[in-house]
Ligand binder design. Structure first.
Ligand SMILES: [Zn+2]
Length: 358
């Protein structure tokens, strides 16, 4: 009796302390971005990153499986005694168990990464006028074709340690250049089996519960590399989806590797084409038909590859993630990814004028 009582008290104490600290974090950080920058990002997150990255760098498999296994085991240990014959108040006990897991994960999420949303970082740039947009689209097709001509080989898989490290260094280097201090030395791992993330129509994810970036190895290689770079942006403390796309583009486009330069130009071009379709579907169809053969063939191969993976839970991901982004101040929801277009155009403009982005 004493043992059970002591355990319950200990669990309740941890839960109360954890949720209390998280509520305090909300009050402290979301009311004052400078404080979030100084106390959360510069201190707590930086220390967490260097310790966790140091401890887990050697692990050759995706830690997401360890997290899922522990979660399932914990739930089994918790649920099993509740369904023994003669146990009363099952509904209440299940509700309590689920609440504990949910509250613990919410606290874990915000302290392990989520308070980065409170940092004072605006990625708002002026909207792009039609003329400027179509000029950029035309120039980008030319840029992409030029890099494609220099390309003789694309790796089939970008999850090898050497490739991942080069992409990470490129992202960290670019962030430093524009005055954003990347935190730690995170890992990015392939989430096998292929197609697991694609079930949710998701290319990759930064998972705060394991402190790692994940990408789906079923993706076309050109998408794999871009996704890895994008997720590193998140791991380095950037929350904005458009900004992570922009960082991935700028970092890879400055690489000494021609395949990574093509990854950058090709993926940015895809966003421009999507934007063209949104602005003027007729013009998009004409443009698509007139694209140079090499680009059209790469685009078709990518679409074929991705279409081979079913995405039965896309609606669920879309609904939950859009709501999550809006709850954390990204009011455009999933449209935020397309912020890359305005950011790249703005960046080119201020770069040509010798200004700074931040
Ligand atoms: Zn993202």
């Amino acid at each position: 009796m004493f043992g059970i009582g002591a355990k319950m008290t200990w669990r309740s104490f941890c839960l109360t302390l954890g949720s209390g600290l998280t509520l305090m974090g909300f009050a402290l950080f979301f009311s004052n971005g400078e404080r979030a920058e100084r106390i959360y990002f510069e201190t707590s997150y930086r220390v967490y990153r260097s310790v966790w990255d140091g401890l887990t760098a050697w692990v050759p498999f995706a830690l997401v499986w360890v997290w899922l296994a522990v979660l399932v085991m914990w739930l089994a240990v918790w649920i099993f005694p509740i369904f023994k014959p003669g146990v009363s108040g099952r509904g209440q006990k299940v509700l309590k168990g689920v609440s504990i897991v949910a509250v613990a994960h919410l606290s874990w999420f915000y302290w392990a990464w989520g308070f980065n949303y409170a940092r004072p970082m605006s990625w708002e740039v002026p909207a792009v006028a039609q003329g400027l947009f179509y000029d950029e689209l035309k120039a980008q097709i030319a840029r992409t074709v030029k890099v494609r001509e220099d390309l003789s080989h694309i790796p089939g898989f970008y999850g090898q340690r050497g490739d991942v490290e080069q992409i990470r260094e490129a992202v960290a280097g670019f962030m430093q250049n524009i005055g954003l201090q990347p935190a730690g030395s995170p890992q990015c791992r392939a989430f096998f089996p292929s197609g697991t993330l694609l079930l949710f129509a998701t290319s990759g994810v930064y998972l705060p519960f394991t402190g790692e970036c994940l990408f789906d190895p079923g993706l076309h290689p050109l998408s794999q590399a871009f996704t890895i770079a994008h997720e590193f942006g998140h791991a380095f403390g950037i929350t904005d989806e458009g900004a992570c796309n922009f960082i991935a583009y700028a970092a890879c486009s400055q690489s000494s590797r021609v395949d990574l330069r093509y990854v950058a130009e090709f993926n940015y071009l895809r966003y421009l084409l999507a934007e063209c379709r949104r602005r003027n579907p007729e013009r998009y169809r004409e443009l698509q038909a007139s694209l140079p053969e090499a680009l059209r063939s790469d685009l078709e191969e990518l679409h074929r590859r991705h279409a081979a993976f079913p995405a039965p839970f896309e609606w669920l991901r879309s609904m939950l993630y859009s709501a999550f982004l809006k709850a954390n101040g990204q009011h455009e929801g999933e449209r935020a990814y397309h912020g890359i277009v305005a950011l790249v155009i703005h960046y080119r403009k201020i770069n040509s004028e010798g200004g700074d982005l931040h």
